[in-house]
Design a binder for this molecule. Structure first.
Ligand SMILES: Cc1cc2nc3c(=O)[nH]c(=O)nc-3n(C[C@H](O)[C@H](O)[C@H](O)COP(=O)(O)O)c2cc1C
Length: 377
């Protein structure tokens, strides 16, 4: 019986090799920020209200003017296509079926063009600032040609923090059968047939940029050689000047940076510590959300990610001022567990939990959520 995101996580753990599962499940260094993201959400409590007509709860909202069925989007995650064959295509279709946005990562297995060809619904596209700005320009043009409805520029990965689980597991792209992982892979035959022997196994958007051979040794090596450690707000303005559509700036954890993001022309910002995968020791996303919301002061939408594993977590983020939440790990676990149907199940679980939670706090719409739904003692 699949009743929670944790149920999907347990199935995912059995279905994909350890190196792939750990890539999603882990964080950087001692994983303190990873744990804080969920622990600080858990610590918030709701204010129970009764005798309010909650027969209809309206979850519909907008982000930077784009309508969505509920205040949730699938965040950008690299390598989703290794969790399930055609993972990004299935994720985009699941999101479209549920009326929410799907964000494709530059570091995806299926390319922008693959996803465009396989799904009618517009999707968001995420990119990093690369040393080769010509590549950014090319990606912007490809996203425009694919009619992406927003560009998400991720700001918090100029340099890559160490993820010890990946280093220990020897995560390689494309995944390879080695003596060390042979038993692990042998016990996941469905994954091996679909992914290891499938046609898409390496970075779909980076064709011709992987530097010879059939791929790269490690994700960390490639990232460090390609991502631009010198990037500044002027480069964000450069992207803004080239992308006429919605621009969402992801990775804002500081009120001063929130103001810079506004000045650079953001249509929305995402309060995010990259799911605890970058600066270990940074506070949880939920603990800084209120100060970012205050700094933005209604001048653009504030989105939130980091630790969302239920509709209740989402309700807490909305209560502290987020317009919508993004999911990373929850999406990948659902994808690994059940492909497109698994992702739809995850979104439905979160939708039903959110609806019920709002009803039990006496709230009848996502727009009506505020701090008043939290118990403050
Ligand atoms: C496996 C994995 C890969 C990710 N890849 C990207 C990426 O390519 N670009 C990006 O902006 N964020 C990436 N993220 C971060 C997510 O977009 C998001 O910020 C984070 O996962 C939210 O926290 P959560 O996993 O607790 O939901 C990734 C996260 C995970 C778990």
């Amino acid at each position: 019986m699949i009743l929670s995101i944790e149920d999907l996580r347990q199935i995912a753990k059995r279905r994909v090799p350890r190196a792939i599962f750990d890539y999603a499940d882990g964080g950087s260094y001692d994983e303190r920020t990873l744990r804080a993201n969920t622990a600080d959400l858990d610590a918030l409590q709701f204010r129970q209200r009764v005798m309010v007509d909650v027969s209809a709860v309206d979850l519909a909202t907008t982000v930077a003017g784009q309508p969505m069925a509920m205040p949730l989007a699938i965040g950008p995650t690299g390598l989703a296509g290794l969790f399930h064959a055609d993972g990004e295509i299935l994720g985009a279709r699941a999101a479209a079926a549920c009326g929410i946005p799907f964000c494709l990562s530059t570091m995806s297995i299926c390319s922008i063009e693959d996803v465009r060809a396989a799904s009618d619904a517009p999707f968001w596209f995420q990119q990093y600032l690369m040393r080769d700005r010509g590549f950014n320009q090319e990606l912007i043009e490809r996203a425009a040609a694919a009619q992406c409805s927003a560009l998400v520029l991720t700001l918090d990965l100029q340099v890559l923090a160490q993820r010890r689980r990946d280093a220990r597991n020897g995560l390689s792209i494309p995944p390879r059968l080695t003596l060390r992982n042979a038993w692990d892979i042998a016990t996941k035959p469905a994954w091996a047939v679909r992914v290891l022997m499938g046609k898409r196994r390496t970075f779909g958007n980076l064709a011709g940029r992987l530097g010879g051979g059939d791929g790269i040794k490690t994700l960390a090596q490639w990232t460090n050689s390609q991502f631009d450690p010198t990037a500044s707000w002027r480069d964000v303005e450069w992207v803004r000047s080239r992308w006429p559509g919605r621009l969402i700036l992801k990775g804002v954890m500081d009120a001063e940076d929130a103001r810079f993001a506004l000045s650079a022309g953001a249509d929305a910002v995402v309060v995010s510590n990259h799911g605890g995968r970058q600066l270990d020791g940074a506070p949880s996303s939920i603990s800084v959300l209120p100060e970012i919301v205050a700094a933005i002061d209604g001048r653009c939408d504030v989105l939130f990610d980091g630790g969302i594993r239920s509709g209740q977590d989402l309700a807490k983020a909305l209560a502290l001022g987020a317009r919508a939440g993004l999911i990373g790990k929850a999406f990948l676990f659902a994808l690994a567990a059940g492909g497109q149907a698994g992702v739809i199940r995850a979104i439905e679980i979160m939708r039903d939990e959110l609806k019920l939670t709002l009803a039990l706090t006496g709230t009848t719409s996502a727009a009506g959520v505020g701090r008043h739904i939290l118990w403050t003692g």
